[in-house]
Design a protein around this ligand. Structure first.
Ligand code: PBG
Ligand code: ZN
Length: 323
């Protein structure tokens, strides 16, 4: 008789036939940096995650480095917002200062910058507004300015998240023309218009003041369109393709893994984090086990890289289990 249970008999044989593993090498940890001093604000809907000013960020970075998390993804909260988000290309802006600070004090840490406008515009949309909608082509030159400013500050990689058509082409050209041809692009290639971003928008102060993001982010009902989005970004020169959110979109992660010869990343977003933390706090689930199982499912779906607020928690669980 065929007996699949033979290979489940003990932990040693289970280890030998295990197909996927979550490791600290897979993880990118997002950070929220707010302009100002002496800021360390808890984000209510994201327990354990805080907004820091630059003068208070060191203990967080020390921990990231000690835990051997390879990379951080930076989100900035500026003091000054305007119509177009011009603060994003200020060479002395909050992201630029943070990149310089990290590269100087933590040279081994890999620094990725989120490239968008929603935290920097007074309307909270991801670009320039014309006729009550984000104007794609008017936004592209501003994306180029932002990316060059991040590159000059020393960013190791840029991660455009605005879902503008042609953004990858624009960024690749901009970087190549300014001597930054070795900076890779991780594209938020397939980013859905998702309610799971709720806690993030509180954290980053980036909720739109009117309308929503349906004219630029993808419809959650669509699967084939994800291949179209990823194909364009692949052709335009994205080095890494990302799917976001992760948990409700595991089918899309697998589609990209099967169709593209590029590393695939997924973003385990704020709402996914908040749900597990909340149920864990209530004692309704085993938080660590549900966390590990969720992130493992992303690996199994095909993700090579996971961006997650759980990065430190995962690293600690892995250290514990390797003892
Ligand atoms: C916007 C952006 C969003 C996230 C990162 N950058 C979402 C949005 O507001 O559309 C979401 C991250 C999260 O929820 O964890 N450029
Ligand atoms: Zn945005």
């Amino acid at each position: 008789m065929n007996r699949t249970r033979r290979l489940r008999k003990s932990e040693n044989i289970r280890r030998l036939v295990r197909e996927n593993r979550l490791t600290v090498d897979d993880l990118i940890y997002p950070l929220f940096i707010e302009e100002g001093t002496n800021i360390e604000t808890e984000i209510v809907s994201m327990p354990g995650i805080k907004r820091y000013s630059l003068d208070r960020i060191s203990k967080e970075l020390d921990e990231v480095v000690t835990l051997k998390i390879p990379a951080v993804l930076l989100f900035g909260i500026p003091s000054n917002k305007d119509e177009i988000g011009s603060e994003t290309w200020n060479d002395q802006g909050i992201i630029q200062e943070t990149v310089r600070f990290i590269k100087k004090n933590y040279p081994a840490l890999y620094v990725i910058t989120d490239v968008c406008f929603c935290e920097f515009t007074n309307h909270g949309h991801c670009g320039v507004i014309h006729d009550n909608d984000v104007d794609n082509d008017a936004t592209l030159p501003n994306i180029a300015k932002q990316v060059i400013s991040h590159a000059k500050a020393g960013a190791d990689m840029v991660a455009p998240s605005g879902m503008m058509d042609g953004m990858i082409y624009t960024i690749r050209q901009a970087l190549d023309n300014t001597g930054f041809e070795n900076i890779p692009i991780m594209s938020y290639a397939v980013k859905y218009c998702s309610a799971y971003y709720g806690p993030f928008r509180d954290a980053a102060d980036s909720a739109p003041t009117f309308g929503d993001r349906r004219t630029y982010q993808m419809d959650p009902a669509n699967r084939d369109e994800a291949l179209r989005e990823a194909t364009f970004d692949d052709q335009e020169g994205a080095d890494i393709l990302m799917v976001k959110p992760a948990l409700s979109y595991l089918d899309i992660i697998r589609d990209l893994k099967n169709n593209f010869d590029r590393p695939i990343a997924c973003y385990n977003v704020s709402g996914e984090y908040a749900m597990i933390k909340a149920a864990g706090e209530k004692g309704w689930i085993d938080e660590d086990r549900v966390m590990m199982e969720s992130l493992l499912s992303m690996k199994r779906a095909g993700a090579d890289i996971i961006i997650t607020y759980f990065a430190k928690d995962v690293a600690k669980v892995l250290l514990q289990s390797s003892k």
